[in-house]
Design a protein around this ligand. Structure first.
Ligand SMILES: Cc1cc2nc3c(=O)[nH]c(=O)nc-3n(C[C@H](O)[C@H](O)[C@H](O)COP(=O)(O)O)c2cc1C
Length: 136
């Protein structure tokens, strides 16, 4: 199985989740391609068996800019794909990730799960994102 992980992170919190997810994919003996949203290749990402996207809540419950730009670029090509979402937030209630999940399902993709960590991920958050990466 090939897993693509694309993330944006301003202070490293979402990046920690992305790295934990990548470790879990490798530990399961699967192939992982991890990149930041500003350098990710859309076609390569769309070719993966499982796509994991990460972004912190920014603006007012919005995706970080580089992820918004990457995601809107692939949004029209997600039909039939499997996607999981993760990210970090602070003062909100997680609206950014539920809005994102709605966009994923509206695009015709299967949402395998969402993982949100309050600020720096704790062990439980890292375990959750590892499960997301194992698609279980
Ligand atoms: C400009 C800015 C806007 C933010 N907007 C939100 C928000 O709308 N909702 C929220 O819960 N947290 C918001 N946050 C908090 C970040 O999501 C939080 O600090 C997160 O841990 C950053 O993750 P990162 O290190 O992966 O960038 C905002 C932070 C900044 C700097």
């Amino acid at each position: 199985m090939k897993v693509a992980i694309v993330y944006a992170s301003t202070t490293g919190n979402t990046e920690n989740l992305a790295n934990a997810a990548a470790e879990a994919v490798k530990a399961a003996g699967n192939e992982v391609n991890i990149s930041t949203a500003d350098s990710a290749d859309a076609n390569e990402t769309l070719g993966a068996d499982l796509i994991l996207l990460g972004s912190p809540a920014m603006g007012a419950e919005q995706l970080e800019d580089s992820m918004e730009s990457f995601f809107s670029g692939i949004e029209g090509s997600l039909s039939g794909k499997k996607l999981g979402l993760f990210g970090s937030y602070d003062w909100g209630d997680g609206q950014w990730i539920s809005d994102w999940a709605d966009r994923v399902t509206s695009a015709g993709a299967t949402l395998t799960g969402t993982v949100k960590a309050h600020l720096a991920p704790e062990d439980a958050d890292l375990e959750e994102v590892k499960k997301l990466a194992s698609n279980s």
